[in-house]
Design a protein around this ligand. Structure first.
Ligand SMILES: Nc1ncnc2c1ncn2[C@@H]1O[C@H](COP(=O)(O)OP(=O)(O)OP(=O)(O)O)[C@@H](O)[C@H]1O
Length: 378
C-alpha cells in the first residue's frame, strides 16, 4: 500500500525508522567520492530532523569511526546547552535516539539566544566560522593517507524555522556550505514544508548536490504525519539543569531538581577577578552603571578571546553568576568548567539564556541568586 512503508523498531523506545529513512541513510553513508559526505538536514518543525541526524550518525560510525556534527539549532542543540552553536566530533553511537546527551564540542560559540531571529547576521557568522573550521582544518587533516580521501563526514542539523527569515537563513547556510547531500524532510501538511526541489539555488545555478526528499517517519492510517509536539521551554530548562548537574560527581546522588537547586546553592563558587575579564552583552547595550546589576543571577558564556581580533571568541562553557562583590572586585561564578580551562577565560558573554525557574527556588533559604544585597556598589 502506498505510503505505508514498513517501520523498523529501534533499540530506542518509541522510535521507528521507516524503510525510506533507512535506505536514505544507507545510501548516503556509502556515497563516497574524494570527500566524505557533508549532509545538510532540513525540514519543517518537528519533522524528525534531529532523530534522523542521530540515526545517520549511528549509520556513519561503523564506516568512518569519527563524524563531525555541526549543530545550528540554537534553541535545542544536541550536545550543548541552549544558546550555543557548536561543532562536535563524535566517535561513539548514540545509544538512545530519543535522548540528547551533553558532549564537549571541538569548537563552540555562545550566541546567547534561543532563536536566530534577533541577530541573524551574528548567528550566520558563528555557523560559517564553525563550518570553515571543519572544511579548512579538519576535512583536509582527516585525509586518508592511502586513498587521499577525506574520512570525516559532516552532519549539519538545522532549526525547524523554514518560513520567512528562517528560510533566508537556511538558503544563506546552504550557499556557504559545500553540502554533498541535502536531506529535506517533508510532512503531510504541505504548506509547512520547504519548497519543492533545490530551493536554495537561483534559476541558472547548477549544482552537483544530491537532494534527498523524504517524509516524516511516523504516519497515521490516513498517511498524515504524526508530529510529536515538544515542550521547547521545558526541554531547554532540563538541558540547562543537566549541564549544571555536571558541577557534581555523577555518584553524588542528585536525582531531583530540588536536590540540584540545593546543591548548586551550597556549592563554593569560583572567584573571578573583575579586572581579568571583559563583560559583553551580546544583544543589547547596558549602561556602564548597570552592568553588574544586569549580570547578577544570569547565565553567561565563558569565552576566550582570539589573538586575531576579527575572530569570534570561543566559548568553553556556561556559568551562573552567583553574585558580584565590587568591593573585593570579584565575580562569584558556578560552572562545571574545570579550573585549568577557566583560567583562560577572559570574556563573560551575556545573552538571554536564563537560569531555569526550578533552580531559583531553593527550599529553606532565600533564593541565593536573587538576594538584594549580592551586588555591593559602594
Ligand atoms: N522516527 C520516529 N519515530 C518516533 N518518533 C519520532 C520519529 N521521528 C521523530 N520523532 C519524535 O518527534 C519529535 C520531534 O522529532 P525531532 O526532534 O527529531 O524533530 P525536529 O525536526 O528535529 O524538531 P525541531 O524542528 O524542533 O528541531 C520527537 O519527540 C521525536 O522523538
Amino acid at each position: 500500500m502506498a505510503g505505508f512503508a514498513p517501520l523498523r523498531e529501534t533499540s530506542s523506545p518509541g522510535i521507528e525508522i521507516s524503510e525510506e529513512w533507512s535506505v536514505a541513510a544507507d545510501n548516503i553513508s556509502k556515497s563516497f567520492t574524494s570527500l566524505a559526505p557533508i549532509v545538510f538536514i532540513c525540514g519543517a518543525k518537528n519533522s524528525g530532523k534531529t532523530t534522523f541526524s542521530r540515526y545517520l550518525l549511528n549509520t556513519f560510525l561503523p564506516r568512518y569511526k569519527r563524524v563531525a556534527y555541526l549543530d545550528t539549532d540554537v534553541g535545542q542543540p544536541e550536545f550543548t546547552p541552549p544558546g550555543c552553536l557548536s561543532l562536535t566530533i563524535i566517535d561513539e553511537a548514540t545509544p538512545d535516539l530519543t535522548i540528547p546527551c551533553l558532549k564537549t564540542p571541538l569548537r563552540c560559540y555562545f550566541f546567547g539566544d534561543v532563536s536566530s531571529k534577533r541577530d541573524p547576521e551574528t548567528y550566520l557568522n558563528c555557523i560559517f566560522a564553525l563550518y570553515d573550521h571543519y572544511s579548512k582544518d579538519l576535512q583536509v587533516s582527516s585525509k586518508n593517507a592511502s586513498t587521499g580521501a577525506a574520512d570525516l563526514p559532516l552532519i549539519i542539523n538545522t532549526p525547524g524555522w523554514v518560513k520567512g527569515l528562517g528560510f533566508d537563513i537556511l538558503v544563506d547556510m546552504l550557499k556557504h556550505m559545500a553540502a554533498t547531500h541535502v536531506v529535506k524532510i517533508n510532512i503531510s501538511s504541505v504548506r509547512k514544508n520547504l519548497p519543492d526541489g533545490a530551493f536554495w539555488l537561483d534559476e541558472l545555478d547548477e549544482s552537483s548536490v544530491k537532494l534527498v526528499e523524504m517524509t516524516s517517519a511516523r504516519k497515521d492510517s490516513y498517511n498524515r504525519s504524526v508530529l510529536v509536539q515538544k515542550e521547547a521551554r521545558l526541554i531547554r530548562e532540563l538541558r540547562l539543569m543537566a549541564y549544571f548537574r555536571q558541577c557534581f560527581p555523577s555518584n553524588m546522588g542528585i536525582t531531583t531538581i530540588k536536590e540540584l537547586s540545593l546543591a548548586l546553592a551550597s556549592l563554593t563558587p569560583y572567584q573571578v577577578p573583575i579586572s581579568s575579564i571583559k563583560i559583553r552583552h551580546l544583544h543589547c547595550e547596558v549602561p556602564n552603571s548597570e552592568v553588574f546589576y544586569s549580570l547578577n543571577a544570569t547565565i553567561v558564556g565563558l569565552a576566550v578571546s582570539c589573538a586575531d581580533s576579527q575572530s569570534l571568541p570561543v566559548c568553553v562553557g556556561l556559568g551562573i553568576v552567583r553574585g558580584i562583590d565590587t568591593l573585593k572586585n570579584v565575580i562569584y561564578l558556578i560552572t562545571p568548567v574545570p579550573q585549568k580551562i577557566l583560567t583562560g577565560v577572559d570574556i563573560l558573554l551575556q545573552g538571554y539564556i536564563q537560569i531555569p525557574t526550578g533552580l531559583l527556588q531553593v527550599q529553606g533559604c532565600v533564593s541565593p541568586y536573587m538576594s538584594a544585597n549580592v551586588v555591593q556598589t559602594n
